[in-house]
Design a binder for this molecule. Structure first.
Ligand code: TXA
Ligand code: MG
Length: 353
């Protein structure tokens, strides 16, 4: 199948028509690109899993254009959900809620009695959702295991020939996937950290919001099925480097004759940038910019032609938005930090092909 690149200004109707006919179309959001299919068409939804190579027990997010649509799919929309929706939607917050049986294809929820919902903040995609007028599933439009796509080119790279079209809305502004908040039982719980922080959620709800235990204790089993899978991993072994360790880390790589890719702010790496393969992670050394560039930078440095042995990435304190940034970076690096006892074998065991 030929994968068409559609321009939102002229081709929005084409995208809507393809989706209504049960085809897959990738769409931009403010976080990452999503792979769209209508939520009521089981064939199309199954195709989404196949195109991504995604395990079928990992449920999908239902994308709406207006929070009132929740009422069609959720038995009784809780007051907490309405409060959060009014405050944060459209935006990068996904809410897990109990569903009305039979309103979604069972493949959307992987058989669960809850589903994930969000209204994405992207003008063209909101128009597309209105034009289709049936909600769309939208897992990140990458091959399973790869960093999520933040440009139409990333989607094309992973899914060309497997999906009908990509709606090209340019680079996404947030850069990592939405915060997933479980409202289906007990204390509201963040299952996946994102740009909307626990502090912001607590301030709006005026009640306790907790982190899923796997975000606190490494050995705990994550509640969001998707969080247990290896994610975002480049083929080239990736290592986290704390601000004070750059000098030592680069000396170590030189000693072992390793070809290094550096993903960091130029402000902490003024001169090393020229000597190494370099991608500027953040202009102003902010975590928001680093989040926006993380996946694009990992994909860039993972290109075969660069033939790198290792990628070194800047860390941020794991507080506020830094929690989400470090969560994705931990996964990309398999948890490896540069330390004086890091060995070449250790990072090579983290190589993927
Ligand atoms: O920003 C985003 O959320 C992007 C854009 C495209 O909207 N989408 C995205 O989808 O990241 P995906 O499928 O890659 O991630 C959805 C996450 C997975 O970790 C999944 O396991 C979890 O949400 N999830 C979905 N339904 C769930 C449910 N009923 N209970 C618990 N976790 C659920
Ligand atoms: Mg994903």
């Amino acid at each position: 199948m030929e994968t068409k690149i559609l321009k939102p200004t002229v081709d929005l109707e084409t995208a809507a028509t393809l989706l209504k006919a049960g085809e897959l179309v990738a769409f931009p959001t403010e976080t990452v690109y999503g792979l769209g299919a209508i939520v009521t068409d089981s064939n199309a939804v199954q195709q989404v899993y196949r195109a991504k190579g995604r395990p079928s027990d990992n449920p999908l997010i239902v994308h709406l254009y207006d929070w009132h649509q929740l009422e069609n799919y959720v038995e009784k929309v809780p007051a907490t959900a309405i409060k959060l929706a009014k405050h944060f939607w459209p935006g990068s917050l996904t809410l897990i809620l109990p569903i009305k049986e039979g309103t979604l294809s069972p493949y959307v929820t992987g058989g669960l009695k809850t589903a994930a919902f969000r209204v994405p903040n992207h003008p063209w995609t909101l128009k597309l959702l209105k034009a289709v007028d049936i909600p769309l599933v939208g897992p990140s439009a990458n091959s399973s295991g790869k960093p999520s796509p933040t440009t139409a080119e990333h989607v094309y790279h992973d899914l060309k020939g497997k999906i009908a079209a990509i709606l090209d809305g340019g680079a996404t502004t947030v850069g990592i996937e939405s915060t997933v908040l479980d409202l289906s039982e007990g204390i509201p719980t963040v299952l996946r950290p994102g740009a909307i922080t626990v502090e912001e959620l607590t301030a709006v709800l005026k009640q306790e919001v907790q982190l899923d235990t796997h975000l606190i204790t490494e050995t705990a089993r994550p509640k969001a099925p998707g969080m247990k899978y290896k994610h975002y991993a480049p083929n080239v072994p990736t290592v986290m480097v704390k601000d004070t360790d750059w000098h030592q880390a680069l000396n170590w790589a030189e000693k072992h004759k390793l070809r290094v890719g550096v993903l960091a702010s130029q402000t902490i790496l003024p001169k090393m940038a020229e000597e190494n393969c370099y991608y500027n992670l953040t202009e102003h050394n902010t975590v928001a910019e680093a989040m926006q560039q993380l996946f694009a930078g990992l994909r860039y440095l993972d290109e075969r032609e660069l033939a790198l042995d290792v990628i070194f990435v800047q860390t941020f304190p794991a507080t506020g938005q830094g929690l989400a940034y470090m969560n994705r970076l931990q996964k990309a690096s398999g948890g490896h930090f540069y330390t004086s006892d890091l060995s070449v074998e250790m990072i090579q065991s983290n190589k993927h092909e």
